[in-house]
Ligand binder design. Sequence first.
Ligand code: SAH
Length: 464
Amino acid sequence: MDFLPLFHKLKDRLVLVVGGGEVALRKARLLSDAGARLRVVTPEVRDELRQMVEQGAGELHLRGYETRDLQGVCLVIAATDDEPLNAQISEDCKGLGIPVNVVDAPALCSVIFPAIVDRSPLIVAVTSGGDAPVLARLIRAKIETWIPATYGQLAGLAKKFRAQVKSLFPDVQQRRVFWEDVFQGQIAESVFAGKLAEGERLLQDKVNGAAPRALGEVYLVGAGPGDPDLLTFRALRLMQQADVVLYDRLVAPAIIELCRRDAERLYVGKRRAEHAVPQEEINRLLVKLAKEGKRVLRLKGGDPFIFGRGGEEIEELAAEGIPFQVVPGITAASGCAAYAGIPLTHRDHAQSVRFVAGHRKDGSFDLNWADLVSPSQTLVFYMGLTGLTDICQQLIAHGRAASTPAALIQQGTTQQQRVYSGNLSNLAELVAEHEVHAPTLVIVGEVVSLREKLAWFEGAQASV
Ligand code: SAH
């Protein structure tokens, strides 16, 4: 190990920064975030750096470096573009035993800056010892995605209870189990979901030894349109925690695979017209499982609040007082449009976009067609395959031009994606000539013509 990571307490301590440019500014910013008082020595200074020094009650000396600048400082940053000067500062510091960092010159440094993930008070530092800073930054980026942004709040909450828990469990082992439970369970999830007060109440209950709550909780999670890469971080985390997963047909197998291995998986899918498990039964099942104390993941295609009956499912939970949270997903309209190269709005072509349920109820559409034919509006029909001929005819009959571009996207965002494009007068015919696989989405509007220029994603099948 070439460098031992130590975390430096700089609050109210004096740090010398030599240099007044961009690099000096970046380091100064970090130092002042850590509460250091800055002594900046530079013949010329940027306004921002000057303000930073003033705000932090530091010192600014508009001149060249002198050895006396080292008096009373606990750390030195040499950030000038004058190499001999940087080398001299490094020498001076080493002679006096003051830690020194020379920007971009690892050989001259006694301390180096790591790449930082800041979830204060939780801080992760990564370094390559100066050999490959880009690699360290890439690793940092990965870590950023693993650690929820609100982790710091969780640590803050733990701090509040630390002393209490310590006296409650003098045994280290017991204490460890206690905290593991806090950081991986319902308390942590409450904090991540922005319910800090609830998290604190639950932790207080736990400390008070209140009986663990018999209630589990439900995560209503949008799984996006198909490509597993389009899951949100939160969706993935909850998928890996849940005890039971209820999913339907729209959720791709590759996504189900990402759920915790030993979680129970219940298929409650529906096919058009034949409801595998009636909605009321799903609602009841969610309540029942949560009441058994389970963490229940209700995984839905796309976004749970867009044609997903998500609202109905959580209404029942709310009525029963069962804790739940809703995680948005990328809805089919966004996913399919992006992967088909069709911007849903465009300054020249469409000022608004409508998401429309394109299925018939009792054989007819429950739609106000006159409202849908404005030329500067993009229409996205979900569930529109069987009614496609009618949809196109009705739009034309109510005044939308027959030449309006229109596309049907099959299994959007997946390797099976295929796009059929034409216009309102010929799309249905074109689709009828091919074997089309659900799910499909229909987009109508001038924006569809942009696909010619903007298509970028190729599924395994050529588009038509
Ligand atoms: N909640 C979902 C929509 C559920 S309704 C969402 O936000 O996306 C089901 C309809 O969504 C399907 O009939 C189809 O029109 C559309 N759909 C969902 N995923 C799709 C995909 N990958 N490609 C094309 N259409 C899709």
